[in-house]
Ligand binder design. Structure first.
Ligand SMILES: [Zn+2]
Length: 575
């Protein structure tokens, strides 16, 4: 399948790509720049659920309705896309991802789909050939449980770093686990970080050693910091201009990845103030290709000293908004970091990690409330969710009618008693459909059957209680693909064909809403995007299947045919 990315072609060429000879109707009130007709339009607007055609001017929708009525918007210079009956819907909005992490993963080694350790060693060897001595070799995405065959010489399934040392004696190697909770390094990286077999484990981390005290090469949790500091020191030797240019290239690649998957807006869960500034410059220069909405992640003191940065609203013609703050209250379930009310079912006495001081979080909540910022806190375990709702309730109770739209990022494993409290305090559950089917194989091991059924990814329980659920992928933890996420949301089907507590599946309508209007609402942007209505941005995707009516298994085969942002065709796949 040949795909053509046309986002960087001159506008005049874009115009000819989709232009049909069109006759201008006599009673033209307005001439559109773009008309899409012969479409199966699913609007996500309950007042006008379906349509055949729409028209766009100045980047916004000026008409939506029948093919016949659309004719009067077609002039000599109107680009007309004949959708040939295909499915047209609002562009997908990523509700929780990491744009810088996605970009980073695309500029470095992507280890997500490797078959085994040998393949990783070969990829590193190849990268070393292209690098200068001393350059760091960076990668992400490996998972030892997925390797076939497992490495012959190993400790707890991990190979020793000696094979990496052979192919990369002079280049430090730093390969993050798919989860981000551990990393694999070689001898050069250990040397630069000053790690020897006598180095003590930092608090909350583990330099994994075998029974003879030999360093294997894996650094878990905070132990990664020892090497990432050495890597950071190397990065900081480069000029800010060089760092910024590299970052801008990674953002361009991340946007390209989003566009080919039908994503027109992206909600980032954790930018630094420096990244916010750089993103603002790109927005002002008109260089952004999808719309960004950033949560700032920093400590209480830094937030207060940078308070004048907020808010950034619709910078660069609607391409950048910054008015939210991100905090993480616990870790992830897979690595036993989710903070639970009762111990893990497969680790006696262990209840996970509280990763952020409760009083500091209360102070940040107060800062956000005073400054009208959305607070978005990562909470995965049921204890983290309870503590968080307690903090939210304490703040919100002071002014209960304020439209705050504070969010719980993940809300993955909740005690059932918390669900009505989300509704009571109007808290949004910012969840990721794909995490459910990815994590399902180990969730019952960690939580046992009762907690898994009552509280793990309980979408229907939330929706029935009237809680808003928005949806995303947490990319690069998972692939950015909204269609794979949609499939997970409506089927909860695992690779082996089993379904994870299917009573909690979303309907097609709920899942599509969660990825469009609910995400727009969760960012205070429901008046601008999330549905196809007159006056909203013309952020549109054309898909090869009707997501509302095709068979479950057909969903996975759906291709993105065209992605349009602000009325401009930014990606064209195979029609
Ligand atoms: Zn995340």
């Amino acid at each position: 399948m040949k795909k053509l990315i046309i986002s960087y072609l001159p506008a005049v060429f874009l115009f000819f790509l989709g232009c049909n000879a069109a006759t201008k109707s006599a009673d033209t009130a307005e001439t559109a720049e773009l008309v899409i007709n012969n479409a199966k339009v699913y609007t996500v607007n309950k007042n006008q659920p379906e349509a055949e055609a729409l028209a766009v001017k100045d980047g916004k929708i000026i008409f939506i309705g029948s093919n016949n009525d659309a004719k009067k918007y077609i002039g000599d210079k109107t680009e007309v896309i004949d959708a040939r009956g295909q499915f047209v819907m609002p562009g997908f909005i990523e509700g929780h991802g990491h744009i810088h992490g996605l970009g980073f993963s695309l500029t470095n080694l992507n280890l997500m789909n490797v078959k085994n350790w040998d393949e990783i060693v070969a990829m590193v060897a190849d990268a070393v050939k292209k690098a200068k001595p001393g350059d760091w070799i960076i990668g992400r995405g490996w998972h030892q449980e997925k390797w076939n065959p497992a490495p012959a010489k190993n400790y707890l399934g991990y190979p020793y770093h000696e094979e990496l040392d052979k192919v990369s004696p002079n280049n430090p190697v730093y390969l993050s686990h798919a989860s981000g909770h551990s990393a694999y390094v070689n001898a050069k990286a250990l040397e630069l970080a000053g790690i020897t077999s006598s180095t003590k484990n930092p608090s909350g981390g583990d330099i994994v050693k075998d029974e003879n005290g030999l360093i294997v090469g894996v650094l878990a949790e905070t132990a990664q910091g020892l090497v990432s500091r050495a890597y950071g020191a190397w990065v900081n030797q480069q000029s800010i201009e060089a760092q910024k240019a590299k970052w801008a290239e990674s953002i361009r690649l991340a946007e390209e990845d989003c566009l080919k998957k039908g994503v027109t807006s992206f909600q980032d869960a954790g930018s630094s103030f420096e990244q916010v500034q750089w993103m603002k410059e790109l927005a002002q220069q008109g260089k952004l290709n999808i719309r960004h909405w950033l949560m700032v992640r920093d400590n209480n003191a830094a937030l207060r000293s940078h308070a004048n940065v907020f808010p950034i609203l619709n910078e660069g013609n609607g391409f950048l908004t910054v008015k939210a703050v991100k905090v993480s209250l616990d870790g992830a379930l897979g690595s036993y970091g989710a903070w639970l009310l009762e111990p893990y079912s497969d680790r006696a006495g262990w209840v996970g990690n509280n990763t952020f001081n409760i009083d500091s979080l209360k102070a940040i909540a107060d800062f956000c409330w005073q400054n009208n910022l959305q607070l978005c806190v990562h909470a995965i375990g049921d204890r983290a969710n309870r503590e968080l709702i307690n903090i939210y309730a304490g703040q919100i109770a002071k002014e209960k009618n304020k439209d705050h739209r504070w969010r719980v990022e993940h809300a993955q494993h909740v005690n059932p008693t918390e669900i009505p409290r989300f509704k009571e305090w109007n808290v949004i559950a910012s969840m990721q459909g794909i995490h459910c089917t990815s994590d399902a194989p180990f969730v019952p091991k960690r939580l046992g059957a009762r907690r898994s059924e009552e509280g793990a990814y309980v979408w229907q329980s939330f929706l029935k209680a009237g809680v808003v659920i928005n949806n995303g992928t947490d990319t690069p933890v998972e692939d950015e693909d909204p269609i794979a996420n949609f499939y997970a949301s409506v089927t909860r089907k695992l690779k082996d064909g089993s379904e994870f507590y299917p009573a909690q599946k979303m309907t097609r309508e709920q899942a599509l809403y969660s990825y469009t209007m609910a995400n727009a609402f969760a960012a205070f942007q429901e008046k601008e995007k999330g549905s196809l209505e007159v006056g909203k941005y013309a952020d549109i995707v054309i898909l090869s299947n009707n997501l509302m009516t095709c068979k479950d298994e057909e969903i996975k085969k759906t291709r993105v045919v065209t992605t349009i942002v602000g009325g401009k065709v930014k990606y064209k796949g195979q029609f």
